[in-house]
Design a protein around this ligand. Structure first.
Ligand code: FAD
Ligand code: NAI
Length: 468
């Protein structure tokens, strides 16, 4: 029937899928979105970005009542944690957001199918509902946006009770006395921060001899010190070789990454956060010959897979596994499908860690610039010397600009500090316009704001820093 015949069928309702659907609807393509979870929004809205940010916000306020309030003259009795209410508030926010996405599908005339999508043949997608009934859709284009799932760690099986992945860690029924996080990446440090603020003793075990690989080394070192000051313990250069769950938590066996004597570490709860892997299970990639690489990612060329008429976007393809990157992929892919000039600059996808202080960056790290052989200059400015940060007692951190020594073109901006995730937007715009440090250094910024620290760091490249 005509109602099951589309220009584009999108499989997966996360930030990749739903943004693709909206753009396709806007461009007048007859569009369907297929999502098996029964709720739109994908990992990000349901068990990722949004619930983690809700808990980060709530736990930061909770901690402030004991660490900050008295010193600024607010005396309150010792706070009492109502974890049930905190989780409910988180879930209410998530539900409001997922309903919003559902509304956007209607508004853009996108047909939403609840069920598991699989590719049955070229231009054919089967939707299988939970009750086993199925529908067959025909389409000119298929967009795979099935996202990713946590990477399992052999020997440390997730039961979502004492050994959890990020999904379990977003819904623990009680604050564990001790939490061991395996992996000093973004998930481990964000969720480790949440539970430390709510009262857990947090130890992070990391295979490498540094935290947050991918982050500028100078920034990562400052970030580790900041988290240590807050009470998080790091065991770097250490691997977990086994886990024995028992009635009273989990006993882990650790070894130095380079080999050596084993030691034991016990914890009430263990969070496995060693990365995510692409999810394509049951999608029927073989029926039309969509190739995957050895790690399971779908290789693409301008979002085209190896099978004609099949496109892929988001976490399931290479590149940073971030919601805003999935969104960029989505818009560009649909514009290409519609015969327009879709494009993503992967060098300008910003990263943010939503801890306190926040860490944010865009462009190349100093190590990458060094390795490229380009002569470069840096400009740095500490939040300690920023008046707004000082007034708000949020002085931990700094902003660093890296610019081409000859042309002054900005190559990377790295920062740790209050609202760094918001401040990085300014660097994204500057770099998208191929801006120089001097361009930003000459722009009037409002006083007193944290954004002045960004300008001062750009001025630092020119040797003009005024305030430090
Ligand atoms: P997903 O969001 O994973 O969506 C894929 C959807 O496809 C899922 O809903 C799945 O149910 C569905 N699906 C899969 N197979 C099928 C099928 N065969 N049929 C029908 N449906 C199917 N990123 C950020 O940018 N900022 C953050 O702050 C952030 N925080 C995060 C915190 C956590 C704890 C986690 C786990 C991730 C976080 N991320 C964050 C990463 C972000 O969630 C992902 O990059 C993003 O969700 C990827 O979008 P996607 O559309 O590619 O895939
Ligand atoms: P990650 O890739 O950020 O970090 C994983 C860490 O685990 C690395 O430091 C790695 O060296 C370490 N590791 C790997 N194997 C190990 C082992 N066997 N033992 C000990 N350590 C080991 O992955 P993470 O934190 O799981 O997050 C997955 C992805 O989700 C992120 O890469 C990011 O794309 C996304 N995300 C983004 C957020 C944001 O933008 N704020 C928040 C949370 C997740």
């Amino acid at each position: 029937a005509d109602e099951l015949n589309f220009d584009v069928v999108i499989i997966g309702g996360g930030p990749g899928g739903y943004n693709a659907a909206i753009r396709a609807g806007q461009l007048g393509l007859k569009t369907a979105i297929v999502e098996s979870r029964g709720i739109l929004g994908g990992t990000c809205l349901n068990v990722g970005c949004m619930p983690s940010k809700a808990l980060l916000h709530a736990s930061e306020l909770f901690e402030a009542t004991t660490t900050e309030f008295a010193s600024i003259g607010i005396e309150v009795p010792a706070p009492k944690l109502n974890l049930v209410q905190m989780m409910k508030s988180k879930q209410d926010s998530v539900t409001a957001l997922t309903k919003g996405v559902e509304f956007l599908m209607k508004k853009n005339k996108v047909t939403y199918f609840i069920g598991k999508g699989s590719i049955a043949a070229a231009g054919k997608v089967t939707v299988t509902a939970n009750d086993g009934s199925s529908q067959s859709l025909t389409t000119k284009n298929i967009v795979i946006a099935t996202g990713s799932e946590p990477t399992p760690l052999p020997g440390v099986p997730v039961d979502q009770k004492t050994i959890v992945d990020s999904t379990g860690a977003l819904s623990l029924p009680a604050v564990p006395k001790s939490l061991v996080v395996i992996g000093a990446g973004i998930i481990g440090l964000e969720l480790g921060s949440v539970w430390r603020r709510l009262g857990a003793q947090v130890t992070v075990v990391e295979f490498l001899d540094r935290i947050t690989p991918g982050m500028d080394t100078e920034l990562a070192t400052a970030f580790r010190r900041s988290l240590e000051k807050q009470g998080i313990t790091f065991k770097l250069g250490t691997k977990v070789t086994g886990a024995v769950p028992g009635a009273k938590g989990v006993e882990l066996t650790l070894e130095p990454s380079a080999g050596g004597a084993a030691e034991k570490l016990s914890a009430d709860v263990v969070l496995v956060a060693i990365g995510r892997r692409p999810f394509t299970h049951g999608l029927g990639l073989d029926t039309v010959g969509v190739a995957t690489d050895p790690r399971g990612f779908i290789p693409t060329n301008h979002f085209k897979t190896s099978a004609p008429g099949v496109w892929a976007i988001g976490d399931v393809i290479l590149g940073p596994m971030l919601a805003h990157k999935a969104e960029e992929d989505a818009v560009a892919c649909i514009e290409l499908i519609a015969g327009k000039a879709g494009h993503v600059d992967y060098n300008l996808v910003p990263s943010v860690v939503y801890t306190a202080p926040e860490v944010a960056w865009v462009g190349q790290t100093e190590d990458q610039v060094k390795a490229s052989g380009i002569a470069y200059k840096t400009g740095k400015f500490p939040f300690m010397a920023n008046s707004r940060a000082k007034i708000n007692h949020e002085t931990d951190g700094f902003v660093k600009f890296i610019a081409d020594a000859k042309t002054d073109k900005v190559l990377g901006v790295h920062m740790m500090g209050p609202q760094a995730g918001e401040l990085i937007g300014e660097a994204c715009v500057l770099m998208a316009f191929s801006g120089a440090s001097e361009d930003l250094a000459r722009v009037c910024h409002p006083h007193p704001t944290r954004s002045e620290a960004v300008r001062q760091a750009a001025m630092g490249v020119e040797g003009w820093t005024m305030q430090a």
